[in-house]
Design a protein around this ligand. Structure first.
Ligand SMILES: NC(=O)c1ccc[n+]([C@@H]2O[C@H](COP(=O)([O-])OP(=O)(O)OC[C@H]3O[C@@H](n4cnc5c(N)ncnc54)[C@H](O)[C@@H]3O)[C@@H](O)[C@H]2O)c1
Ligand SMILES: O=C(O)C(=O)C[C@]1(C(=O)O)C=C[C@@H](O)C=C1
Length: 320
């Protein structure tokens, strides 16, 4: 098909995929699982009744379950797609209802804290394979998802050493069939890498938009009026979901603080270069950073998904 996802699988990889939390990521998974035939049956649960109604309306799942306990019954793959801070409680709730051999996974943006919260809550007869698709937009909710969100993007798996490699391979096959490139790494390493490539950049965006909005000499209307350039790109990132990002910063505290320390030192060095009119120093850094951007574009990593979400109103009821 023209969407780049390739043909449907002849045999589904799983009998029943249960998604807990059906916002941007959960609904994108539902869409791609349905489009590619990754599971024979898709069951969805969200703790927000309005989201459940929307998931029904958009026909994103075969069954929209009224409770997490019911939703996981019969599942051989359960993926937790709720905010990072909710994962531990969800694991406790579903634990007694998971059949032996079930694979439980997640999509949280932080890995070590999720492993600490989820793994001890699960019974010994299930397998937990933490995952993080490094793909998203600033939009939330079930209408904002799309089937190609994960296409040619990375999905990082962070299994603990006690997990059977064959189980990890099944989760890897799931994400590969959804279009992602899969990489396996330790949770602590994941959290450090994502702190600098995703979490600190979001914090910088939240901060610069907040600072500009607070300036007494620049009125709010001027901030909006003149935000056609660099500032506008920051406002896109700073529009990201407040619950999701609060939970990320609270659960990746030490890595973010470590990277923020380095960032602050480098920022002060730049401030010094400007004060001392060190044009060569500034020119050297800007040349190096331009090369990095060009490298990302050459490797085709800038954006693999269509431009959906960029400038499209949040939560429009589009059919899957
Ligand atoms: N948005 C991104 O760019 C992105 C990218 C990769 C990973 N993630 C991760 O994916 C997860 C979901 O993010 P999203 O962007 O889809 O958020 P979202 O806000 O669009 O969706 C989250 C959904 O979870 C539901 N929810 C909250 N608590 C719940 C609970 N206890 N039980 C059941 N449902 C519950 C909410 O009602 C909401 O519908 C987060 O952990 C986030 O860190 C997000
Ligand atoms: O593209 C965006 O809008 C995103 O913020 C996506 C992004 C990122 O920082 O790359 C955000 C958080 C996720 O954990 C993974 C992806």
């Amino acid at each position: 098909m023209a969407d780049g996802l390739g043909a449907r699988l002849e045999t589904p990889l799983f009998e029943q995929l249960t998604l807990i939390g059906v916002g941007l990521i959960g609904s994108s998974l539902a869409r791609v699982a349905s489009r590619k035939g990754l599971a024979r049956r898709i069951v969805a649960y969200d703790n927000d009744p309005d989201v459940r109604a929307k998931v029904e309306r958009l026909a994103l799942a075969d069954v929209v379950s009224p409770s997490p306990e019911k939703a996981v019954q019969g599942a051989d793959l359960v993926i937790l797609c709720a905010p990072v801070g909710a994962m531990g409680e969800i694991a406790k709730t579903i634990a007694p209802h998971l059949a032996p051999g079930t694979i439980v996974s997640d999509v949280g943006s932080v890995k070590e804290a999720i492993i600490e919260a989820v793994a001890p809550a699960l019974p010994g007869h299930v397998h937990f394979v933490p995952a993080h698709p490094v793909a998203g937009t600033e939009y939330s909710g079930p209408a904002a998802g799309f089937a190609t969100l994960f296409l040619n993007r990375w999905c990082i798996l962070t299994p603990t050493p006690d997990i059977d490699p064959e189980i990890v391979a099944r989760v890897e096959s799931f994400w590969s069939a959804a279009g992602a490139n899969v990489e396996i790494m330790k949770a602590t390493h994941h959290d450090l890498v994502l702190a600098i490539t995703s979490h600190v950049p979001h914090l910088i965006a939240y901060n610069i938009v907040g600072t500009a909005a607070d300036l007494e000499t620049v009125t709010q209307s001027e901030v909006i009026k003149f935000s056609a350039g660099g500032f506008r790109d920051f406002t896109r990132i700073a529009a990201s979901d407040p619950t999701m990002w609060r939970d990320i910063f609270l659960n990746n505290k030490s890595a973010v603080i470590e990277m923020l320390g380095r960032f602050t030192e480098d920022l002060i060095a730049l401030q010094r270069m400007i004060r001392h009119e060190d044009g060569d120093g500034l020119f050297k850094l800007f040349t190096r950073t331009r090369a990095i951007r060009r490298n990302i574009i050459e490797q085709g990593q800038e954006t693999a998904a269509p431009d959906f979400g960029r400038g499209v109103a949040k939560d429009t009821d589009e059919e899957r």
